[in-house]
Write a protein that binds this ligand. Structure first.
Ligand SMILES: NC(=O)c1ccc[n+]([C@@H]2O[C@H](COP(=O)([O-])OP(=O)(O)OC[C@H]3O[C@@H](n4cnc5c(N)ncnc54)[C@H](OP(=O)(O)O)[C@@H]3O)[C@@H](O)[C@H]2O)c1
Length: 316
């Protein structure tokens, strides 16, 4: 018997939309939903989002793990990961959604919308000094699919763009920095920091007070701004609170949190210059993405190369 069945193990995401979409695209292929696995030996593929740890073990014929999201920390940051390739989602739809969120947050801080919102509440008509986009330096940590897409649109709006990645890049109109040794120089020229890093052993907790203190203090916004849509584990929330209270950063926009949902008692909620969204910057749409996932399975079965392979050693 060929092990060609799919197991959907989707953590806190409802599994049925993924299972139904997969059955609709490939009606001949059996699709099971964790924990209902009548025959573990039949499973060749797992469609996974923060999968239950037990759901990836005891599958003797597992060939491929397909992440339902762009971030794979819920799959690869475990010691007992089966020794099979892991592929992730890259999609124009997801990328466009993230670009919208990042551009919205950058413009909101740049155009002082939080201050105008407070003025509106107080019926106060007062013009605030507005710098040009070309005077504002946006530094993007994580120049992968999402970081580069946001950089293109923000650059088109006139912002000065720098990027920081693990390996060197040469991108038009972007001041590219790479590696730990280049981080301080990148930060020292950044007014608005956008974080689109993956969560790995190397990046966990990187958005800390030590980093905030290295951001540019001579920019036109009255202090640096931090925007994170990568993962909550990248940020030290207690440091964000202290940094805002002490004026080390002037504002923040956060879509992701150390623990989700964000605790109603978190002090982040009450900070005027912090924007909170509930992990909605981008969205994995089953109808949009299942075709790509089944194409990857078809490629694997035909011996063709896989796309968007995760580098398990690097963790993303
Ligand atoms: N909030 C949401 O709704 C949402 C939705 C989707 C994704 N995300 C998050 O966004 C992240 C990025 O997605 P993506 O598709 O753009 O990923 P990607 O294409 O893999 O890009 C990751 C970028 O981070 C860089 N990087 C990784 N480790 C680094 C390190 N130690 N030092 C410096 N740079 C490092 C990589 O450098 P190289 O270019 O040198 O490899 C790359 O530029 C995902 O991992 C996920 O956590 C969030």
């Amino acid at each position: 018997m060929t092990a060609n069945a799919i197991l959907v193990s989707s953590g806190n995401w409802p599994p049925e939309p993924w299972a139904e979409a997969a059955r609709a695209v490939d009606p001949k292929r059996p699709v099971f939903v964790w924990p209902d696995v009548p025959d573990p030996a039949a499973i060749g593929y797992v469609m996974a989002w923060r999968p239950a740890p037990e759901s990836l073990i005891g599958l003797p014929n597992l060939k491929l793990i397909l992440s339902l999201g762009a971030g794979v920390e819920g799959i690869v940051l475990r010691d007992d990961l089966p020794d099979v390739p892991v592929v992730r989602i890259v999609s124009d739809d997801l990328t466009a959604r993230m670009t919208e969120w990042v551009v919205l947050q950058v413009l909101l801080h740049h155009r002082q919308q939080l201050a105008y919102g407070r003025q509106q509440r107080d019926h106060e008509w007062r013009e605030l000094r507005q710098p040009a986009a070309s005077d504002v330096r946006v530094g993007i940590m994580g120049m992968g699919v999402l970081g580069q897409a946001a950089a293109r649109v923000l650059g088109g709006l006139g912002f000065r763009i720098a990027g920081w990645s693990r390996t060197p890049k040469d991108l038009p109109d972007i001041d590219c920095h790479a590696g730990d040794e280049a981080l301080d120089a990148f930060l020292s020229q950044t007014d608005i920091l956008v974080c689109l890093l993956p969560l790995t052993h190397a990046t966990r907790g990187i958005l800390s007070m030590a980093l905030f203190e290295k951001l540019a203090r001579n920019g036109p916004l009255g202090g640096p701004v931090v925007i994170n849509a990568g993962r909550g584990g990248l940020q030290v929330e207690a440091d964000i609170v202290t940094a805002i209270e002490r004026g080390v950063i002037a504002g923040a926009s956060l879509d992701v949190f150390e623990s989700e949902p964000l605790d109603p008692a978190s002090p982040l909620w009450r900070l005027d210059d912090v924007v909170i969204t509930p992990h909605v910057a981008a969205f994995s749409d089953p109808a949009e993405l299942v075709g790509q996932i089944l194409d990857q399975i078809a490629a694997y079965e035909a011996g063709r190369p896989l796309r968007n392979l995760v580098n398990r050693a690097a963790g993303y």
